[in-house]
Design a protein around this ligand. Sequence first.
Ligand SMILES: NC(=O)C1=CN([C@@H]2O[C@H](COP(=O)(O)OP(=O)(O)OC[C@H]3O[C@@H](n4cnc5c(N)ncnc54)[C@H](O)[C@@H]3O)[C@@H](O)[C@H]2O)C=CC1
Ligand SMILES: O=C(O)C1=NCCCC1
Length: 315
Amino acid sequence: MAAPPVIIWEHEVERLLHYRELVPRLEEALGKFSRRDSAEVIQPVRNIVPLQKQNGFLALMPAYMENDGVLCTKLVCFYKREDGSTLPAVQATVVLLDPEYGNVKAVIGGEVITDMRTAAVSAISAKLLMRPEAEVLAILGTGKQALSHYRVFTEMFSFKEVRVWSRTREGVARFRHSVSSPVTACVSAEEAVRGADVIVTVTRSTEPVLFGRWVKPGAHVAAVGACRPNWRELDDGLMKEAVVYVDSREGAMSESGDVILSGAEVFAELGDVINGTKPAHREKKTVFKSLGMGVQDAVSAKLVLDQWKAKACQP
Ligand SMILES: NC(=O)C1=CN([C@@H]2O[C@H](COP(=O)(O)OP(=O)(O)OC[C@H]3O[C@@H](n4cnc5c(N)ncnc54)[C@H](O)[C@@H]3O)[C@@H](O)[C@H]2O)C=CC1
Ligand SMILES: O=C(O)C1=NCCCC1
């Protein structure tokens, strides 16, 4: 009989997961995904169940990495909550299975994984697509993703200034209290992004919050919110003039309102740039449209379980 599953909750994940180990694994996984070799990665576009009454969605995100022996699925609910709601915008659990027997090996809290892997992938997009001389980072939104993005971007790069904007003063105040270094609080999204080299959009908005006319030539945008086909964070102007990169083409074509409604062409997946099959247009305006992928959760969860086992074995 298989051993009972290990259960690893959020505070433990927070202790075990570090960007220095996570980022290279995600980069490798993105590259493998874009090779479309079914012995390396099988990851269908996620199944979505609408939760009409609760104004939300349940997404089922399976992934199988045969050569790595990783079989995983995330169950994630996300909601279109109003500001001030005490309920979370995203709730997730990750399940790791043994591909040989099909038994569950581990049940892992999925919120820290979701926050950290999403931010780490945006940071990978910046590493590949921002100009080397980038000095100013702007973050639109001040929730959980804003915080994880701030953490990994300031760990991986040396920005001279970090600007933040939120619709509410309280949002900015809370954010400033949660971070270790000074940030510039901006009263409008336009003020935050004018002249910025890298812009991260991490809002729950369903309408554009970032407009191409505000974005300077050569800037890189990592767009993380707006994960439904009728939701937007970016306007048509930005989508059409930028070179657009995505995590998964299939995901973007079925879920991204910014891609679908603007009619913008998807130039490449991040994995194509990692594999050297498509160029990184650092000199142009670039958009990385993030939607999130099962393989990102799979490698993150495997890392958590490996670290947990290593720590559990220590005397
Ligand atoms: N691409 C990906 O892999 C992932 C995307 N997401 C998405 O990222 C977004 C942010 O997630 P969290 O930080 O966890 O949420 P959160 O609730 O912690 O923060 C959301 C932020 O958006 C702001 N906001 C809400 N409505 C707005 C509007 N109409 N205009 C401007 N700002 C608005 C809030 O004030 C808050 O600062 C969500 O849309 C979520 O679905 C979340 C996880 C993974
Ligand atoms: O990949 C994920 O995890 C999510 N993507 C979009 C919405 C919330 C969670």
